[in-house]
Design a binder for this molecule. Structure first.
Ligand code: CP3
Length: 349
């Protein structure tokens, strides 16, 4: 049975607007904080299938969301490639930075997948526990975004050092991107095998790239990953999230072969309407509007639904749920979107 969420991603008509939220599992939920504490560390939570599955399901117990996103992190890939990754309380993720691809051990696909086996187990457990009308999303960071963390060792405003490294050492950087394309592809294929019904690729830092870099570091590697997935699973939809790329959203759609694009809050609704002639769009309520809640949020959500609801559309935020957000606001948002009546000529294409 195909869910309304999967139908929307495939640009087929749906009975209502499907909704899920980036970071729907996380610290704004008291039940998440409890499990997180009992797990010890954040990575321990990611690598313990039962607990990862439990926190994946938590938001679906509270809210009428259409999809669960498997609880994990994009940084499990650098970790599985042999890089040290840790999370310091109150700070973001930390990695022992590499200076060249030579700092990584030789890639062994079997060892890589074995290291990530707890993630696949978590997917299997979660898919078995989910009702048939709910979908399960698997995800990975895109090569550029992973490379940012791998070289910089932590978050940054502009990743100028990583861009400079790539300019100064194009061959070394290309080798790393090729390795990441390979690793991400086999990881995502394995996630689908373990129960994922759709995939999202997070390119959270694509917005810092120049136009020529955008083609080389974002579009080309993403295109290759999609090709590889589609060879094995042609029917599993892939959502791309090249956050903050503005005009280049259109380039991304034209070139990568992506099924759906997730738009950040800066993308005008009229531009998203144009994209709907080619792909399904996802987004793009400002996460600060969700934090604020109330009538203003409801009005904004309805405006988004009115603009986009008659063509292929999945409701989401422009970026993840902020940890100070009240679960009541999430409940109000999900109910607002679920109550929205879509037009009769939905997806007429
Ligand atoms: O519910 C979900 O969306 C699924 C789980 C998920 C997490 N991280 C859990 C998480 C997903 C899809 C991610 C993706 C991710 N991780 C991205 C891409 C999306 C984006 O936000 O742009 C990135 C860049 C990362 C790297 C990362 N992991 C950062 C920057 C942080 C710190 C963020 C913060 O708010 O502190 C993390 C940690 C992290 N990943 C948390 C969660 C719930 C919070 C850690 C905790 O519980 O202590």
């Amino acid at each position: 049975m195909e869910t309304e969420f999967i139908k929307a991603l495939k640009c087929q008509p749906t009975d209502y607007i499907p909704i899920w939220l980036m970071r729907q599992a996380g610290r704004y939920l008291p039940e998440y904080r409890e499990v997180r504490q009992s797990a010890g560390g954040f990575l321990e939570l990611c690598y313990t299938p039962k607990l990862a599955s439990e926190v994946t399901l938590q938001p679906l117990r509270r809210f009428d969301l259409d999809a669960a996103i498997i609880f994990s992190d994009i940084l499990v890939i650098p970790n599985a490639l042999g890089q040290k990754v840790w999370f310091e309380p109150g700070e973001g993720p930390k990695l022992s930075p590499i200076q060249t691809i030579a700092d990584l051990p030789d890639f062994d696909p079997d060892k890589f997948l074995e290291f990530l086996d707890p993630v696949f187990q978590a997917l299997d457990l979660t898919r078995s526990a989910l009702p048939q009308d709910k979908s399960l999303i698997g995800f990975a960071g895109a090569p550029w975004t992973l490379a940012c963390y791998m070289f910089n060792g932590q978050g940054s405003r502009d990743y100028q050092n990583v861009r400079n490294h790539a300019r100064q050492n194009p061959k070394d950087f290309k080798k790393l991107l090729d390795l990441l394309v390979e690793a991400i592809s086999i990881y995502l294929i394995e996630k689908i095998k373990a129960g994922a019904n759709a995939i999202q690729i997070f390119d959270s830092w694509a917005g810092v790239l120049s136009c020529d870099e955008f083609d080389k570091y974002c579009v080309q590697p993403t295109t290759k990953i999609i090709e590889k997935i589609k060879t094995v699973y042609p029917d599993v939809p892939v959502i791309g999230f090249p956050r903050g790329v503005g005009f280049n959203y259109q380039t991304y759609i034209d070139k990568t072969g992506i099924d759906a694009v997730s738009c950040d809050q800066s993308v005008p609704l009229q531009e998203m309407q144009k994209m709907q002639n080619q792909v399904c769009v996802q987004g793009n309520l400002d996460n600060l509007m969700l934090l604020k809640g109330g009538a203003e949020m409801v009005e904004h959500a309805n405006m988004i639904c009115e603009s986009l609801g008659d063509k292929p559309f999945v409701f989401n935020l422009g970026h993840g749920v902020i940890k100070e957000t009240s679960p009541c606001n999430v409940s109000l948002l999900v109910d607002t979107v679920k109550k929205f009546k879509i037009g009769k000529n939905k997806n007429a294409a």
